[in-house]
Write a new protein. Structure first.
Length: 273
């Protein structure tokens, strides 16, 4: 049993945000707070065993518990950094991760359908990965930012092989092992840059969950499974971009919010207006 604190969510008025890939549209959830959660009990989720493996819902349920199991800092941010500057910084993080994560979905759409746009989707994904790395350069340096971008690109490139293998009904286990190595390396890099805010196990699990949800989406496209397609896209959206607001039972922050909050907590003076 793990205890977390919560506060009344701050609800900035946000407009719909579209990706540059022109296929998916994400609405930013205005209920995601910029502060941390009144005491509330978060219990470990019950494992769900199915003949088809881990479900999208179980992946998301696990993230709520993992957020606290891995001791993510719940200390409130200094009041002096709760301002427009930090709001913009956190929305920038969501924008970048929207382009990357939904770019993965768009790649599945394009590749499975053998569209002529596939090469351009690949180019945009590589650029999106690089831009996420650039986001961290002012705080962690050029080398670290470049390495983050390269690792995100590598994760995508492994996914390209997963798509081709699944299209041929092949075995993706070796590629899943490769993914696990890549996500662990990236999680360890983030932890090295910010040990108190980026627990290795948490970041690694979130990245692995992203690859699982993307695999679900690829399979949904190949098998024309409309329900799995909708669930996997919703799962990616919540896991990476919006999270689930703390007033929802077993809510959690998204990957984009965990990473942006970590920078603010580590360098608060950079965000004082």
């Amino acid at each position: 049993m793990i205890i977390r604190r919560s506060v009344e969510p701050i609800k900035p008025k946000m407009e719909p945000m579209e990706t540059t890939d022109d296929i998916c549209v994400i609405i930013i959830d205005p209920d995601i707070p910029t502060q941390e959660p009144t005491a509330e009990v978060v219990s470990e989720p019950v494992s769900v065993n199915t003949t088809e493996g881990t479900t999208t819902s179980s992946v998301l349920a696990t993230m709520a518990y993992s957020m606290y199991k891995n001791k993510l800092s719940n200390d409130p941010l200094p009041i002096v950094v709760i301002n427009e500057k930090t709001l913009i910084f956190r929305m920038d993080s969501r924008t970048l991760w929207t382009k990357y994560s939904l770019g993965l979905v768009n790649y599945a759409v394009s590749s499975v359908a053998d569209l002529s746009t596939t090469p351009s989707v690949e180019e945009r994904l590589t650029k999106s990965a690089t831009l996420i790395g650039d986001y961290f350069i002012p705080y962690y340096g050029i080398r670290a930012g470049s390495e983050i971008g390269k690792l995100l690109t590598a994760i995508f490139e492994t996914g390209v092989d997963v798509v081709e293998t699944l299209k041929k009904n092949g075995d993706i286990v070796p590629l899943q092992i490769k993914w696990a190595e890549q996500t662990k390396t990236l999680a360890e890099l983030f932890n090295k840059l910010n040990p108190s805010q980026y627990p290795v196990l948490l970041i690694e699990e979130m990245l692995e969950a992203l690859t699982k949800l993307w695999t679900d989406n690829i399979l949904a496209r190949i098998t024309s499974n409309i329900i799995l397609n909708a669930e996997s896209i919703d799962g990616i959206n919540k896991l990476v971009i919006t999270g689930i607001a703390n007033h929802v039972n077993k809510g959690y922050q998204s990957l984009a919010d965990v990473l942006s909050r970590g920078v603010i907590a580590q360098y608060p003076l950079s965000f004082v207006e």
